[in-house]
Design a protein around this ligand. Structure first.
Ligand code: 5GP
Length: 190
């Protein structure tokens, strides 16, 4: 088990490290984010899309993504919660924090950390479409296509990953591990 930035970032230190396995290193992530930013910059040439970041997990991805973009952008945040525990999505979604402005006639890019069953994003997409944006696309860093229960696909995707619960690079388990620079599989839940 090797962490690029040391065990001191992991709650529980060395003991907890044995419960984590690196799936995507920070170098791989950095390279992919640059690539995604190139695609987005190219596709939105001459436009200034509003990036809607889904809190909290996508914050790290958003902050790296926008610094690699070569187009003007606006940023806003939404927080949603799915009823249920922290590892299983129920499909019933509640808006905890809504956008600050209307999106009528704007080009919207939803920024997600991970798509799992697709239920959260499906709800969010329908909700935002009802507000009449000019266009709406989805970018996600991670996708677990095996787990999908609704028909929804991202327009841009960083990595397709296996059906494992991952943490780091913004993703948490019970609010822990968000600050890990790598994306890791959580091998034990406690
Ligand atoms: P979905 O509605 O697509 O099933 O779930 C989306 C949300 O569930 C994500 O935005 C994320 O908050 C959470 N989620 C799904 N899979 C994982 C995972 O492997 N790790 C973490 N930390 N959260 C996940």
């Amino acid at each position: 088990m090797v962490f690029s930035d040391g065990l001191n970032l992991i709650p529980g230190g060395k003991d907890m490290a044995s419960k984590l396995k690196v799936l995507l290193s920070q170098e791989e992530i950095k390279e992919k984010v640059r690539y995604l930013a190139e695609l987005v910059s190219r596709d939105y040439q001459g436009k200034a899309p509003l990036l809607i970041c889904v809190l909290k997990g996508a914050v790290v991805f958003l902050s790296d993504l926008i610094r690699n973009l070569e187009i003007p952008v606006e940023v806003d945040f939404m927080a949603v919660s799915s009823y249920g525990n922290s590892t299983i999505t129920s499909g019933v979604v509640r808006i905890l924090k809504d956008l600050e402005t209307g999106i009528d006639n704007k080009d919207i890019l939803i920024v997600e950390d991970i798509i799992d069953t697709g239920l959260t994003l499906s709800y969010l997409k329908e909700n935002l479409l009802s507000r009449n944006p000019r266009s709406l696309k989805i970018i996600t860093l991670l996708d677990k296509p095996e787990r999908r229960v609704v028909d929804i696909e991202p327009d841009y995707c960083g990595f397709c990953i296996p059906d494992e619960f991952v943490v780091g690079y913004g993703l948490d388990f019970n609010e822990k591990y968000r600050n890990l620079p790598d994306i890791c599989i959580l091998l034990e839940f406690q």
